[in-house]
Write a protein that binds this ligand. Structure first.
Ligand SMILES: C[S@@+](CC[C@H](N)C(=O)[O-])C[C@H]1O[C@@H](n2cnc3c(N)ncnc32)[C@H](O)[C@@H]1O
Length: 478
C-alpha cells in the first residue's frame, strides 16, 4: 500500500473499532430496513465470516426470503458490485475513516462497503445510500455505531469516484499497472499477470480490467442434438452468441427458472468454455476417431455434458474423472441420459485403460480468467497459490498424455490467463513428452484476434468470454 493510501493510525479504540461486541447484538437481523440491502449485507457477511461464495449464497437467500424481482436485482447489483470493487472501496473507506479497515469491526465494514459502492458506483441518491446504511447499523448495533457509519459515508460522498482515484491511486505515469489496478479494483499482482499474458498487447490492460470489472451477462449452452441455439434464443428471449454455435446470451432474469434449463435441454456455461469443449472434438487426429473420449478434470460437469452430447451424436462414449465426491455427483447430474461414465478418482492415477482418442484436461487453476463471474475471488486468491497448481497441472497433463493412444489429442485448458498456468505448462509438456503442439486457433473457427498462436487465449474485452486458455497437443505415432 502506498503512503498516500495508508491513513494515520489513531490511538485508542472508538466507535467502529474491532472491540468485541456483545453476542446478542451481533446477530444479523432481517430488520425493517429494506430487504435488498439487508440481503446484500448478509451475503457480504457470510463471505467474510465463513469464506462463503457470494454467487452460491445470494441466489439461495433471495429464494428463501422471496424478494420481488426489483429488490432481487438491487441486492444482486450491490452484493456483486461491492464484492468486486472491495479493494478500491476499502482504500476510500480507510481514507474517510482515517483508520485501516482491519481496525474496523467487520460487520460495520460490510455496511460501509455497500454504502461506499452505492455512493461511488451507482445512481442511488446520496441521502438514500447513507440513510439506509445507517438504518442497517442502527437496528443491529444502536445509535453509537450508526453515527460512525454516518460520518464515514458523508465523507465518502463528498467526492466522486474519479476524485478518490485521483487522490488515492498510484501515479499513472510512474506506476501505470498499479494505477489501473486501483481504478478497476484488481489486486496489483493480478493486473501484472494480465499484462504479462497480453505481452505485446499490454496496452489493452485497461480494457481487460474494465471488462472484468463489469457485470457479466449469462451465457447458456444449447445441448447439441436436443435443442438448437436458435430455438433456445426464441424460447428464452435471449440472443445467439457470436462464436459458439451452441451459445445464447441472456442479460436479465434468473436462468435457473427457465424451462429448457430446468429440463436439462440447456445449461449455464460461459461461451469460452463451450469453445473449449468443441475445440477438443474438432482437433485433427492421426487415424480415425475410435470414439473413446476422456474428461480428466470433470467437476462440476459443464464440459463433460457438452462432450457427452456431441459424443452421443456419433455413438461415442466419454469417461469423466473427478476426485471430489460431491463434484462427481454434480457431473452425474449434468450428464444424466448421456453416454458419460463418471469415475471418482485422481486424474494423476485414475486406473483407466489407456488408448483414448481425445482427452480434455480442464485443469484446476487460479480461475483468474473468470473473476467477473466470481465476485469475491480476486481478493481471496494469493500469488502463492500459483506454484502448487502448476505442479498439479503438469502432473495431470503428463497423465493425460500417458492415457492417449498414439495419434490422439489432448486439449489442455485453464480458466486463467496466467502464463505459468498456460503457455509454460504446454512448453514443458512438449519438451518432456515429445508431443506436437497443434495450431489451436484452427479449432475455434471464426473467432478473431487470437494472437500469434499456436495456443489460444480468449479475453473478456475481445471476445466477451471468460479469459480461457487452450492448447491442443497430439501424441506422435512411433
Ligand atoms: C476447472 S475445474 C473443471 C471444470 C469442468 N471441466 C467443467 O467444465 O465443469 C477443475 C476440476 O478438477 C478437479 N480436480 C482437482 N484435482 C484433481 C485431480 N488430481 N485429478 C482430477 N481432477 C482434479 C477439481 O475438483 C475441479 O472439479
Amino acid at each position: 500500500m502506498t503512503e498516500s493510501r495508508r491513513p494515520a493510525r489513531r490511538s485508542g479504540r472508538g466507535t467502529g473499532d474491532r472491540n468485541p461486541t456483545p453476542r446478542q447484538a451481533r446477530r444479523p437481523s432481517q430488520s425493517a430496513v429494506d430487504p435488498a440491502r439487508t440481503a446484500a449485507r448478509d451475503v457480504l457477511r457470510a463471505v467474510r465470516d465463513r469464506d462463503a461464495y457470494a454467487n452460491l449464497v445470494l441466489p439461495a437467500l433471495l429464494r428463501e426470503r422471496k424478494l420481488d424481482s426489483r429488490d432481487a436485482a438491487l441486492a444482486t447489483e450491490l452484493t456483486y458490485g461491492a464484492s468486486r470493487a472491495q479493494g478500491m472501496l476499502d482504500a476510500v473507506i480507510e481514507s474517510a475513516a482515517q483508520r485501516p479497515v482491519d481496525e474496523i469491526d467487520g460487520a460495520l465494514l460490510d455496511v460501509l462497503r455497500l454504502g461506499t459502492y452505492q455512493l461511488l458506483r451507482t445512481r442511488v441518491a446520496h441521502h438514500a445510500a447513507v440513510a439506509t446504511s445507517v438504518d442497517l447499523v442502527r437496528t443491529e448495533f444502536g445509535q453509537g455505531r450508526a453515527g460512525f457509519v454516518n460520518a464515514v459515508l458523508r465523507r465518502v460522498g463528498e467526492q466522486t469516484e474519479d476524485q478518490w482515484i485521483e487522490r488515492l491511486a498510484p501515479d499513472a505515469d510512474r506506476d501505470p499497472v498499479g494505477h489501473l489496478a486501483f481504478r478497476y479494483a484488481h489486486p496489483v499482482w493480478i493486473a501484472q499477470a494480465f499484462a504479462h499474458a497480453l505481452g505485446p498487447d499490454a496496452g489493452e490492460l485497461a480494457e481487460v480490467l474494465a471488462a472484468d470489472d463489469a457485470r457479466p451477462i449469462v451465457h447458456l449452452v444449447a445441448r447439441p442434438g436436443i435443442i438448437t441455439a436458435e430455438e433456445l434464443a426464441l424460447v428464452t428471449g435471449g440472443e445467439q452468441g457470436e462464436w459458439s454455435p451452441y451459445a445464447v446470451h441472456l442479460d436479465h432474469g434468473d436462468p435457473g427458472r427457465l424451462e429448457p434449463v430446468r429440463e436439462g435441454m440447456a445449461a449455464v456455461q460461459d461461451e469460452g468454455s463451450q469453445l473449449v469443449g468443441r475445440a477438443l472434438t474438432l482437433a485433427p487426429l492421426t487415424g480415425d476417431d475410435g470414439g473413446r473420449w476422456l474428461d480428466l478434470c470433470a467437476g462440476p460437469g459443464g464440459k463433460a455434458a457438452l462432450l457427452g452430447a456431441l459424443a452421443d451424436l456419433d455413438g461415442f462414449t466419454v469417461d469423466a474423472v473427478e476426485p471430489v465426491e460431491h463434484r462427481a455427483d454434480l457431473v452425474r447430474k449434468t450428464t444424466r441420459g448421456l453416454p458419460v461414465t463418471v469415475h471418482v478418482a485422481d486424474g494423476r492415477e485414475p486406473g483407466l485403460q489407456p488408448g483414448y482418442d481425445r482427452i480434455l484436461v480442464d485443469a484446476p487453476c487460479t480461475g483468474l480468467g473468470a473473476l467477473r463471474r466470481r465476485p469475491e475471488a480476486r481478493w481471496r486468491r494469493r500469488p502463492g497459490d500459483v506454484a502448487d497448481l502448476v505442479r498439479l497441472q503438469k502432473q495431470l497433463l503428463a497423465s493425460a498424455i500417458e492415457l492417449l493412444r498414439p495419434g490422439g489429442v489432448v486439449l489442455y485448458s485453464t480458466c486463467s490467463p496466467h502464463v505459468s498456468e498456460t503457455v509454460a505448462i504446454v512448453a514443458d509438456a512438449v519438451r518432456r513428452h515429445g508431443v506436437e503442439e497443434l495450431d489451436t486457433r484452427e479449432l475455434v473457427p471464426g473467432v478473431p484476434q487470437l494472437g500469434a498462436g499456436p495456443g489460444v487465449q480468449l479475453w473478456p474485452h475481445r471476445h466477451g468470454t471468460d479469459a480461457m486458455f487452450m492448447a491442443a497437443l497430439r501424441k506422435p505415432v512411433e
